[in-house]
Design a protein. Structure first.
Length: 345
């Protein structure tokens, strides 16, 4: 499937007029990088001399960041703790222009905070010094408990009034206790009654019925888990898992991301559509799923067909996996990817 330059420009040009609300588990990702030059005398573990530190929005907040980076007007709904990571996360989001009015801080749960400690190594190859990094350990501070009744009521009341202000809603489920069947049903019914798009990035550890949503985007592993089938790599098995999910859940666009094998789009009454990866280089695949659901939903809301939207999502993912860490992209980078891979001018 090939875009014309005019059609691509039409869809990308509409991005800035689209408003999307992301509902999901909010996280703060912290990265510490340093050199390892010795082993601790206290235990057989490396000592990391920290040289730099960075913070990024994670989980559903990273989906919102991807949308904002692509130019969409973006809001975020969820719950954080009354703690330093929560304050830091909200500060970053506001600096990126993401609306946080529908985010509640509570003392009853911590903000999900993931700290990754990475060792920096340098190697000389063909007379060139190459820097590499290896994650040594990840520290998670979180709860997976269900929302407390007061926070749940607050969130439900907010969402009943807010959905009308957006063109689409994305659920980003990391199984940390925010999303349950009651929340899904409320939002899907509210959005459907107003003709809004609802996209779901599901989590097999939090089984729900997503019927009525517009988009369901599992990755390959998640698709097999949700379909109750043994994991496999061949195309026929993926399509079988997809068929089970289509039968179980009434979904218009079933998007299955396949990492280095690209993406499958399954729609009722249409042939399965496979698009191979557009990633010339893969530096880090973390966050690619967030980019895929953001770009696919944004393209649909901008008037793209399902096939056009999956091509846009696939090219967007191809940009971010070439970057280190949890990355995002802008419209210019996305357009440049189409120029590079499809020859568009």
């Amino acid at each position: 499937m090939h875009f014309t330059s005019a059609r691509l420009a039409e869809i990308l040009g509409a991005f800035s007029r689209i408003k999307i609300l992301v509902i999901g588990d909010l996280m703060l990702d912290e990265f510490l990088w340093g050199k390892v030059t010795r082993i601790s005398p206290e235990a057989p573990v490396p000592i990391v001399d920290v040289q730099r530190r960075a913070f990024y929005p994670g989980g559903a907040a990273n989906v919102a960041l991807n949308l904002a980076s692509l130019g969409a007007q973006t809001g975020l709904a969820g719950v954080i703790g009354q703690d330093e990571p929560g304050l830091h996360l909200v500060q970053i989001l506001k600096e990126k222009g993401i609306a946080t009015d529908n985010t509640r801080a509570t003392s009853l749960r911590p903000t999900t905070h993931k700290t990754r400690i990475c060792a920096i190594t340098r190697q000389v190859h063909d007379h060139l010094e190459i820097e590499d990094q290896q994650q040594i350990v990840r520290l998670d501070e979180e709860t997976r408990a269900a929302l407390d009744p007061e926070s749940k009521k607050w969130l439900f009341d907010r969402l009943r009034g807010e959905i009308r202000n957006y063109d689409a809603v994305i659920f980003s489920d990391y199984a940390k206790g925010l999303i349950d069947q009651e929340l899904l049903t409320l939002v899907i019914n509210e959005a459907k009654s107003q003709g809004k798009i609802v996209a779901v990035d599901p989590n097999p550890n939090n089984p729900c019925n997503w019927s009525g949503a517009t988009v369901l985007k599992p990755n390959r592993r998640e698709a097999f888990l949700m379909a109750g089938l043994p994991y496999a790599l061949d195309e026929a098995a993926v399509l079988q898992a997809g068929a089970v999910l289509q039968k179980t859940h009434t979904i218009h666009h079933l998007l299955i991301t396949l990492s280095e094998a690209g993406m499958f789009l399954l729609e009722p009454g249409a042939k399965p559509y496979h698009t191979p990866t557009r990633a010339p280089d893969v530096s880090d695949a973390s966050g690619a799923g967030d980019t895929s659901i953001a770009a696919f939903t944004l393209a649909l809301a901008a008037g793209a067909t399902g096939i056009e939207a999956v091509e846009i999502a696939n090219h967007a993912a191809g940009v971010v996996v070439a970057k280190l860490g949890t990355a995002t992209l802008n419209v210019d980078e996305l357009h440049e990817m189409f120029v590079k891979m499809e020859g568009l001018i």
